[in-house]
Design a protein. Structure first.
Lengths: 216, 216
DNA sequence: CTTTTCTATTGACATTTGTCAAGAAGTTTT
DNA sequence: AAAACTTCTTGACAAATGTCAATAGAAAAG
């Protein structure tokens, strides 16, 4: 186990500057928030070593359809979207990520299968990347990470289930109202046709729904 | 920690018959399948003590809207459904559970909030129940359980995300085709109007979709 | 065995949503 | 500043899906 660990990091010496970088501090705050207890410096160093910082400009891809999703990304700054493209060339957005959100294709990341999704950058983004091997290592060596991952999975699952419930049971109008209530910041931040795609309706329908809701 | 544990089980002495019951054996096989390694007898006893067997007849509720979901259930035999009822009295099924599936309202179970869902029995069911406190205890004392829960969460999340993706991007026809491919057993086992509800379409539309697909 | 409840189908029609096309601002790129 | 994209809106029409009502057969309950 120790051997495996040293293999993973031996050739990636960590500059002092990275541990103390604002990026890592943001991650530290985030983890401590999730676990409601401070991280030891030793644990924090293990964590810092596992993540790689990455910046991407608008329209650049973090993942393209057909590739295996090697990294999960923690977003420090900016915005990204995850979407598939159907046979008619229409994009279906399944996820947005902004500051303090995670993004990646779980299925591909875990099973090492080619992804059906694209992930690209909507607003110039700063991220911290981690591979599945590194994450598994962290989960088994740092209990706080195991707990955080469990919590995250839970919330993620609950949120996805709610969205599923909405998309099965509600009309376009009701789903827009829900989005407005749950993520009002999205309405400001993303173009309307992407919100429409996220809600599973056409941009024209969303435009009409908004027009209608203004009058009432 | 030990004190807490003993409090949880002290007044529920476990009859020998339960550890060796077919129910518990089924659970053991299931867990070993998930973790790909045999359970120690000690761990298995801890696990056995945490679960309570329960049988319910057709139409009985495991959970009713407004209640807190106290138990998660592992289904040994039979079938259940989880659904909400909207203001027009229409039922929306979000989940079916058959043999070797879990069922419960995660949000309510974890957050202790009143549930918006009902869970009732479609075919006379035998289950093993566990409370969140007992599950958390197991997760921290039995690594195999922690691993199993992680795996389960992962699969669950992937499956829900796929369903969400389908319900946003596909037509009624395509969604039915997908269901047929992923869970062919559901088509035999559940009445059509429930499958329609699960897919988020009206029973009449599902009937027409099936009629159409027969001819082509 | 009979009655009642469930279930699936079909037709007619209403409603919702999508598609196509055009145009007008607004942004970015050159 | 001009050109090239993006984004949003609107109208006309098409397609998908829902609603209501009637019916018939199957299954469950008494």
């Amino acid at each position: 186990m120790l051997y495996l660990y040293s293999k993973l990091v031996a050739y990636a010496p960590l500059p002092n500057t990275m541990i103390n970088s604002p990026a890592m501090q943001a991650l530290r705050t985030y983890i401590e928030h999730y676990t409601s207890s401070p991280l030891s410096d030793a644990d924090f160093e293990l964590i810092s070593r596992a993540f790689t910082p990455k910046k991407l400009r608008r329209k650049q891809y973090l993942l393209q359809e057909g590739e295996v999703c090697k990294y999960f990304a923690f977003v420090l700054k900016g915005a990204l979207r995850q979407y598939s493209v159907d046979d008619k060339g229409v994009e279906h957005i399944v996820h947005f990520a902004v500051e303090n959100w995670w993004i990646g294709d779980r299925e591909s990341f875990v099973m090492l299968t080619p992804s059906r999704y694209n992930i690209d950058v909507l607003e110039e983004a700063e991220m911290l990347l981690i591979t599945n091997a590194q994450l598994q290592e962290l989960i088994s060596t740092v209990p706080a990470i195991a707990q955080m991952v469990r919590e995250l999975d839970q919330r993620n699952f609950i949120a996805t289930q709610k969205r599923l419930h909405a998309s099965i049971g509600y009309t376009a109008e009701e789903r827009y109202a829900e989005l407005k209530q749950v993520h009002p910041e999205f309405l400001q931040r993303f173009p309307q046709h992407m919100l429409a795609s996220y809600l599973g309706i056409s941009p024209e329908t969303l435009s009409r729904v908004r027009h209608k809701s203004l009058r009432q």
